[in-house]
Design a protein around this ligand. Structure first.
Ligand code: TYM
Length: 326
């Protein structure tokens, strides 16, 4: 099966990105052809600094590898370096009903948040995302829950294209984990953990042990003192229990038993330790990779070339079917 996914280089990656997306990518790369890219073109739809984006791209590639992606197996590259993504996006624009884009939750949220900059790219964002996957004829898209609607649109565009121009694309399935697909903010557990929020609401993959301790101990908890999972009554503790369980590979029920009669402070102390230990090898690998710039550049170059070979083939087929070749 061909797997495709990507992350925007908008800031450092956090444990939501890891638990919702990257953690699934690692086992998938063993038995599938995987295409994982840095979605730099998507990142341009919100305010950004042109002087800093190259650095953010590099940091994101380093994070991919530090978190366990294997460049010998997966194709890793930068989206804007394979121009077929934008070419296919334009062709898809001509079959995508504008109403479907206006209905997208992420578009509505972002146009509220960035009132001064509601650009056409923000609306068109899911069409580029559909092109990202379909240019590789992707069949599975491992992502967090917030991307479900975008993948629905991808499926609907694949279907429309096939109906209009003949069978070309499979409809990709979203691969969304039962646990971890929506990690919540540490400061406001009713909202998802997000790169654009204040740093203390996120645990970043390369946070120092001191920062992790501080962030966990200041995480919002709920009234009462029992450590039990109840998403409506105890959203704060439930979110922390989810993180604990995923990083420690222990069922939530067992953690509840272990902490019966213990305080929030004891639970948080133990959680901070688990996060620190889990992320320790990531920090080590990141440090090493940051000194190996040539190696990282080579990975991207090789990834670009492998990606482009597949993308060009699809593009040729699409252009033929749409009547663009003489
Ligand atoms: P981005 O950069 O916002 O997020 C990257 C991945 O992390 C997941 N994620 C979360 N999972 C669990 N809990 C959270 N709090 C959380 N926050 C983010 C996201 O669901 C995503 O899987 N549009 C995509 C990037 C993209 C893409 C694609 C993905 C561009 N083209 C093609 C798949 C296929 C995005 O915004 O990612």
């Amino acid at each position: 099966m061909r797997i495709v996914s990507g992350i925007q280089p908008t800031s450092q990656l956090h444990i939501g990105n890891y638990l919702g997306a990257i953690k699934q990518w690692i086992p998938l790369q063993e038995k599938n052809e995987c295409v994982f890219f840095i979605a730099d073109l998507h990142a341009l739809t919100v305010p950004y600094d042109p002087k800093k984006i190259q650095n953010s791209i590099k940091e994101t590639v380093v994070a991919y590898i530090a978190a366990g992606l294997n460049p010998e197996k997966a194709i890793i590259f930068v989206q804007s370096q394979v121009k077929e993504h934008t070419e296919l996006c334009w062709l898809f624009n001509t079959i995508c009903p504008i109403g479907e884009l206006q209905r997208m939750t992420q578009y509505k949220d972002k146009s509220k948040k960035f009132k001064e900059n509601i650009n056409a790219g923000l609306l068109d964002y899911p069409v580029l995302q559909a092109a990202d996957v379909l240019i590789y004829k992707g069949e599975g898209v491992p992502v967090g829950k917030d991307q479900e609607q975008h993948i629905e649109l991808m499926r609907s565009l694949a279907k429309k294209f096939n109906q209009k121009f003949g069978q070309t694309f499979k409809e990709p399935a979203s691969l969304i984990l039962k646990e971890g697909s929506k990690i919540m903010s540490l400061q406001d557990p009713k909202r998802k953990m997000s790169k654009s929020d204040e740093p203390k609401s996120c645990i970043f993959l390369f946070d120092s042990p001191e920062d992790i301790q501080k962030k966990v101990s200041s995480a919002q908890t709920d009234s009462g003192k029992d450590i039990i999972y109840n998403i409506t009554k105890k959203p704060g503790i439930s979110n922390l229990l989810t993180i604990y369980s995923l990083l420690n590979n222990k069922p939530i029920k067992k953690i509840e038993e272990d902490f019966k009669g213990k305080s929030y402070a004891e639970f948080k102390k133990s959680l901070a330790e688990i996060i620190i230990n889990y992320l320790e090898p990531f920090r080590r690998k990141q440090k090493e990779l940051l000194t190996r710039e040539v190696y990282v550049q080579e990975i991207l170059k090789k990834g670009q070339s492998r990606a482009q070979t597949i993308a060009q083939e699809t593009m040729k087929e699409v252009k033929d079917k749409m009547g663009l070749t003489g």
